[in-house]
Design a protein around this ligand. Structure first.
Ligand SMILES: Nc1ncnc2c1ncn2[C@@H]1O[C@H](COP(=O)(O)OP(=O)(O)O)[C@@H](O)[C@H]1O
Ligand SMILES: [Mg+2]
Length: 334
């Protein structure tokens, strides 16, 4: 088998109708995937990390046969994407669109039994799987209520449960912790890890750097429809080479940030709001030598420095170094 998933030069261009004036309209192409290639090995948790609009959901929709790619090829669990789409659907457990994929007038239990039937599990089997999953995900107290009475966190949990119903060897999860509170998110990640340890391969998309770092064996950083970097988390961090990172927090104007950007030795200076404060991430070489000049420049621009520290490189820094943007930036094409 060619790896568990193999993607070769996948592209997807959406054509959206744009209204011009009252009667005229024209189609505008949005290139959501611009030639994506990679392989996923059996048994790994593979992360797709990128900001909103990067193309993660589009890629997942292509891989789960919900959307036809514009060009390129892929094999999932050994099956060809376009020629064996039925076999792919049967061999993948997928969580996409979260709660929107559920029937709100049915109970949680009825939803799971229904989706079990769609996967052609026989009666006994789908009841057994449903009971097992309800137990495993602690859903017993809500399983016999209609989904419309669920909180958004409970709906997400049921959407995750639905991905487990066919006991597929490959789990594809599109931002599964989105809208979950912290304890529920932690619990979900723990179950994903357990399932992975029990042998399941996982594709996990997220726009949250820390999630990709803690969950994933290998990560593809994706931006504007392209894979920017791919490798083990440690490899990606090491790819910054001799570059180092300083995080500065405080009151820092855009002008101060621009002045830092032009200092010799600075590759990127990116300003973002974090919990009401401004954080400036500076990527460059030989930061310790640079530190006095950073402080001098900031002070000259009336910045208030609350914290300044050379720090360990994170996956987000890799993204910042390559793009000059943070993962929080929305890159959707409107
Ligand atoms: N149905 C659609 N029609 C037109 N453009 C779309 C559609 N779905 C997504 N896009 C665009 O494709 C790009 C990638 O979107 P998406 O795959 O949802 O990214 P992500 O999941 O990483 O946030 C964005 O620019 C988005 O606006
Ligand atoms: Mg998405």
């Amino acid at each position: 088998m060619l790896g568990q998933v193999r993607i070769e030069n996948l592209t997807k261009t959406y054509l959206t109708r744009q209204r011009r004036g009252l009667f005229k309209s024209e189609k505008k192409p949005v290139e959501a995937l611009k030639g994506v290639s990679f392989e996923i090995h059996p048994g790994e948790i593979f992360g797709l990390l990128g900001p909103n609009g990067a193309g993660k959901t589009t890629l997942i929709k292509c891989l789960t046969t919900l959307l036809l790619p514009t060009s390129g090829e892929a094999w999932i669990n050994g099956y060809h994407l376009t020629q064996e789409d039925n076999l792919i659907r049967a061999s993948v457990g997928c969580m996409l669109m979260g709660e929107r994929g559920l029937y709100w007038k049915l109970t949680g239990r009825e939803n799971l039994i229904f989706f079990g039937a769609l996967y052609q599990l026989n009666g006994a089997e789908r009841h057994r799987r449903t009971d097992e999953i309800i137990e495993r995900l602690n859903l017993a107290s809500i399983a016999d209520r209609t989904v419309e009475t669920y909180s958004s966190g409970q709906k997400m949990k049921l959407a995750f449960a639905k991905a487990l119903i066919n006991d597929a060897p490959l789990l594809i999860l599109d931002e599964p912790t989105n809208t979950l509170d912290l304890p529920s998110a932690r619990e979900l990640r723990m179950v994903v890890r357990e399932l992975n340890e029990a042998g399941k391969t996982v594709i996990y998309t997220t726009h949250i750097m820390a999630e990709a770092e803690t969950m994933c064996d290998r990560v593809a950083i994706i931006d504007r429809g392209q894979v920017l970097a791919l490798g083990m988390v440690a490899e990606l961090k090491a790819s910054l080479g001799r570059e180092e990172v300083i995080h500065i927090e405080g009151v820092i104007s855009a002008q101060a940030s621009q002045a830092i950007q032009t200092l010799p030795g600075v590759t990127q200076a990116v300003r973002a709001a974090v919990d009401g404060r401004t954080q400036l991430t500076v990527v460059g070489q030989n930061q310790r030598a640079l530190l006095p000049r950073l402080i001098e420049t900031l002070t000259a621009h009336q910045a208030v420095i609350q914290k300044i520290a050379p720090e360990e490189v994170t996956l987000e820094d890799v993204f910042i170094a390559r793009t000059g943007r943070t993962l929080a930036d929305d890159t959707r094409v409107k």
